[in-house]
Design a protein around this ligand. Structure first.
Ligand code: NDP
Ligand code: 8X3
Length: 253
C-alpha cells in the first residue's frame, strides 16, 4: 500500500503545493481545510493528474470536537499516516499591541497553536501505534525573530517552534521524526488573509524583490521527509535571497 500524507490547510498556498508534490510521488493523501468547494475541486484535479487516492476532510482546526470527529472517522487503513504536515495557519492584522484586535488575536492563537496541538495529539498516537511517522510543523521566520507589529503572530510561531522541539523530545522514544520548517516571505494568500481581504495592500508586501513561492517550500518539505530513516532534519529556515531577516530586505522600491 502506498504511503499516506495528511496535510492540513491544503486549499491554498504551501499546503496545496505540498499535496501536489506528495501526489507526484505516489502518496495517498488526506487533505483538510474549511473551504469544501476548493477541497472537492482539488481532489478531482489530483486524482485526474496522478494515480493517487485523495480523502478530503472539511473542518476548522480551532474546533477540537470537529478535529476529533473528522480524524477519528477515518478508516483504520487511513489512520496509518506516514507524514503529517501541520500547515493550517494564518496571520490576522499587523498592528501594535496597544491597537491590536482581540478577535484577530484569538483567531491566530486558536488556529496556529491550539489547532496544531489538537491534530498532533490524535495523529501522533496513531504514529506511536505504528512505531513510525514524521511530523512536519510549519513555523515561520516570525517564530525565530520578532518584527514591528508582528507581536501575536510572532508569539504563535514562537510557540510552534517550541512545540516542534517538544514533539521531537516526546516522540523520540517512539522513533517518530519531527521537523520544523520556517519560511520567510512566500507569496500565497497569506497576506490577503492578514489584511482581511485587501489584495492591494497584500500585493505591496511582495513588491521590489522576488519572494519565495509555495512550491519552494513544498520541495524542501518533501526533501526533509525523504531522507534515510536514520536522518532527521530538526529545523530549517528558508528565506528569499532578497530577505536576510524578518525585517531586513534588499528591495528595489
Ligand atoms: P494560505 O492563506 O495560502 O493558506 C493557509 C491554509 O490554512 C489554507 O488552506 C486555509 O484553508 C488553512 N487554514 C487557515 N485557517 C484554518 C482553520 N481555522 N482551519 C483549517 N484550516 C485553516 O497561506 P500559506 O500557505 O502561506 O500558509 C501556510 C502556513 O505557512 C501557515 O501556517 C503560515 O503561518 C505559514 N507561513 C507562511 C508564510 C508566508 O509568507 N506565506 C511564511 C512563513 C510561514 P481554509 O481557508 O480553506 O480553511
Ligand atoms: C510569514 C512570514 O515575515 O510575514 O510567517 O511573518 S512573515
Amino acid at each position: 500500500m502506498s504511503k499516506i500524507a495528511l496535510i492540513t490547510g491544503a486549499t491554498s498556498g504551501i499546503g496545496k503545493a505540498c499535496a501536489e508534490i506528495y501526489a507526484q510521488n505516489g502518496y495517498q493523501l488526506i487533505i483538510t481545510g474549511r473551504r469544501a468547494d476548493r477541497l472537492a475541486e482539488f481532489k478531482d484535479q489530483l486524482e485526474s493528474d496522478y494515480p493517487v487516492k485523495v480523502k478530503t476532510l472539511c473542518f476548522d482546526v480551532r474546533d477540537r470536537n470537529e478535529v476529533e470527529k473528522n480524524l477519528q472517522a477515518l478508516s483504520n487503513d487511513l489512520k496509518k499516516v506516514d507524514i503529517l504536515i501541520n500547515n493550517a495557519g494564518l496571520s490576522q492584522g499587523l498592528d501594535s499591541l496597544q491597537n491590536g484586535n482581540l478577535d484577530d488575536w484569538d483567531t491566530m492563537i486558536d488556529t496556529n497553536i491550539k489547532g496544531l496541538l489538537y491534530v498532533s495529539k490524535i495523529v501522533s498516537n496513531w504514529m506511536i501505534a505504528e512505531k513510525k511517522g514524521h511530523i512536519v510543523n510549519i513555523g515561520s521566520i516570525a517564530g525565530k525573530e520578532v518584527y514591528a507589529n508582528g507581536n501575536v503572530y510572532c508569539a504563535t510561531k514562537h510557540a510552534v517552534d517550541a512545540l516542534n522541539k517538544a514533539m521531537r523530545i516526546d516522540l523520540l522514544p517512539h522513533g517518530i521524526k519531527v521537523t520544523g520548517i520556517h519560511p520567510g516571505a512566500v507569496e500565497t494568500e497569506f497576506s490577503i488573509v492578514r489584511f482581511h481581504g485587501d489584495e492591494k495592500k497584500a500585493a505591496k508586501i511582495y513588491e521590489g524583490y522576488e519572494p519565495l513561492v509555495a512550491q519552494d517550500i513544498a520541495e524542501t518539505i518533501y526533501f526533509t521527509t525523504s531522507r534515510p530513516s536514520h536522518v532527521n532534519i530538526n529545523d530549517l529556515v528558508i528565506m528569499p535571497t532578497a530577505q536576510a531577516s524578518a525585517f531586513y530586505w534588499n528591495k528595489e522600491v
